[in-house]
Design a protein around this ligand. Structure first.
Ligand code: ADE
Length: 227
């Protein structure tokens, strides 16, 4: 999968994909992530990419021309399955969307800044608008990193143990059960007996119960979605 990202602050995206699972995915050639600086696509003096909004009001707006130059230039080499704008008024991102996006070949992510981007870019180029939650970030870069990470780890071959993504919280509309590792006892706090029993049927049963309990307590809204 290839994910291209357009940003005015490309430096913000240098580190998130340079470590751990994302690095491994890139090293294995399963995931390619390219970050493009919007300022390389403007024809305005002093690399200007934003301007005052028509109608007045506080806050700058990202101009249409640099964005369209960047999008069309990248589209010459790549046919994108989705052109995604990261914005707090987009549809809320969740595991289902991550699953869907992980099946695509090429994605283009556009990071907004300031008051947002000229609406005409949204009307004519954007195929999907995503928010990562009901709060406002200072730009779309952190949101883009969240999406690349959550989508990237779902691509087959990225995780060592393929089943580990399948047992993640949210994959079946349930939160994950508690997990433990050595030592069996620490300051008198013991690991649940059942996990040491070697009885895999019983262990699986316990984990399912714990998942359900945790979901009931913390996210009862998720249970309404199970059909
Ligand atoms: N840009 C600013 N806030 C955002 C959010 N919550 N999700 C996606 N992009 C954003």
């Amino acid at each position: 999968m290839k994910i291209d990202i357009i940003s005015v602050v490309p430096g913000l995206l240098e580190s998130p994909f340079a470590h751990s699972i994302m690095k491994r995915a890139k090293d294995k050639g399963i995931l390619e992530v390219n970050v493009y600086n919007l300022r390389d696509y403007t024809t305005y003096p002093r690399a200007q990419v934003d301007d005052y909004q028509f109608g007045g009001g506080a806050g700058m707006v990202m101009m249409i021309e640099p964005l369209v130059n960047a999008i069309e230039s990248l589209q010459k080499n790549t046919s994108y399955d989705e052109v995604i704008f990261l914005t707090p008024d987009g549809e809320t991102f969740n595991q289902k969307t991550a699953n869907t996006l992980s099946l695509k070949n090429n994605l283009l992510l556009i990071c907004g800044h300031y008051k947002g981007i000229d609406q005409r870019v949204r009307d004519h180029f954007i195929t999907k608008e995503i928010s990562i939650g009901d709060y406002v970030l200072s730009g779309g870069e952190i949101a883009a990193a969240v999406i690349v990470d959550s989508v990237g780890r779902l691509i087959p071959g990225v995780l060592n143990n393929e089943t580990s993504a399948l047992t993640d919280s949210f994959q079946d509309n349930l939160l994950s059960p508690p997990v433990y590792t050595r030592p069996e006892e620490f300051r008198g706090w013991k690991v649940p007996e059942i996990l040491l029993s070697g009885n895999h049927v019983k262990i699986e049963q316990w984990r399912e119960e714990q998942s359900l309990l945790r979901t009931k307590e913390r996210r009862p809204d998720m249970l309404d979605e199970i059909d």
